[in-house]
Design a protein around this ligand. Structure first.
Ligand code: R5P
Length: 305
């Protein structure tokens, strides 16, 4: 059997490199490119016959390109005789469309899971999906990791006084409760309403639960436009919270998220490196700190080889 290899897609080679070093699994050689018409091309240059291989790809921006690239790498590895292909997908894009909110809509997370698996993937490693049920959308075994521990350990270093963990919506209550347990803090929940006719926009309705703490720690799975967090911050400000800290597994930071979050009352935002961070062209992201999940994934991969 050839030695195991990690093949990094274009989305997050930095994380793949870190995991490769920590898990002591070499990076495989793969050429990634595009044809003039925009079609993606990949070429696996290593001999992977009869070996265990891992593909690293987050479905972050450019989302659709990264999904296709992942599928093409998997197909190339399968046709080269790889014994077992594991897709490590730290951020699974399209996860927020995991059910129909109204008739006529697709269940996009299921479509993307099917598409990826159809390319020959035998196992999936993923992290803090928008909804746990998505694990069942993959018709292969899934290792489901959570970054909550990593984020909680980093937060403990801040020595926050009298903190309250806040779920920014009802769908995030389970995640927030788990985080509150890790931090030994009480929980509050914001009820938000997303307008189905306007994409990416929401309004806050009310806050329930303990809200007497000095420091609010908002925990979410994804920060995309930052709208959910900004609206949550506005309601917390009305409650005279002194400090606001934000944690999220996936820092997508679409559109003007970085600018809007930098300009808000938020003191600090902790995200993981599930999505590779690009420098904002207009504003320094001084409030954003990235906490690495490389150790978490490396420990998982060591068990798989
Ligand atoms: C939605 O339910 C998710 O948990 C996040 O709150 C949401 O995806 C964040 O998106 P945005 O930053 O665009 O408000």
């Amino acid at each position: 059997m050839n030695s195991p290899r990690i093949f990094a897609g274009s989305s997050n080679p930095q994380l793949a490199q870190l995991v490769s070093q920590r898990a002591k699994i070499s990076l495989g050689k793969v050429e990634l490119g595009k044809f003039a018409d925009g079609e993606i091309d990949v070429w696996v240059k290593d001999d992977v016959n009869n070996s265990n291989v891992f593909i690293f790809q987050s479905n972050s921006s450019p989302v659709n390109d990264n999904i296709i690239e992942l599928s093409l790498i998997a197909d190339a590895l399968r046709r080269s005789g790889a014994h077992k292909i594991t897709a490590v997908i730290p951020y699974f894009g399209y996860s927020r469309k995991e059910k129909q909110n109204r008739s006529g809509e697709p269940i996009s997370a299921k479509v993307i899971a099917d598409l990826i698996i159809a390319s020959g993937i035998n196992k999936v490693v993923c992290l803090d999906l928008h909804a746990d049920a998505i694990v069942g959308f993959f018709d292969v075994p899934v290792i489901y990791l959570s970054a909550l521990n990593v984020l909680a350990e980093r937060l403990k270093m801040e020595k926050l006084i009298n903190p309250v963990v806040v779920a920014p919506d009802v769908g995030g209550v389970k995640r927030a409760r788990n985080f509150a347990t890790l931090l030994n803090a009480p929980l509050a929940v914001i009820e938000k309403h997303r307008q189905t006719h306007v994409r990416d926009e929401m309004e806050v309705l009310s806050i329930t639960g303990e809200m007497s703490g000095d420091t609010a720690i908002i925990i979410d799975d994804i920060i995309s436009t930052g709208g959910t967090i900004i609206e949550s911050v506005k309601s917390l400000e009305k409650r005279k919270v002194k400090r606001i800290i934000v944690c999220a597994t996936h820092g997508v930071f679409a559109n003007y998220a970085v600018e809007n979050l930098q300009d808000s009352k938020i003191e600090k935002i902790f995200v993981t490196d599930s999505v590779a961070q690009q420098p904002s062209p207009t504003k320094k992201a001084s409030k954003i700190e990235t906490v690495s999940i490389a150790g978490l994934i490396a420990d998982c991969l060591k068990e798989e080889i």
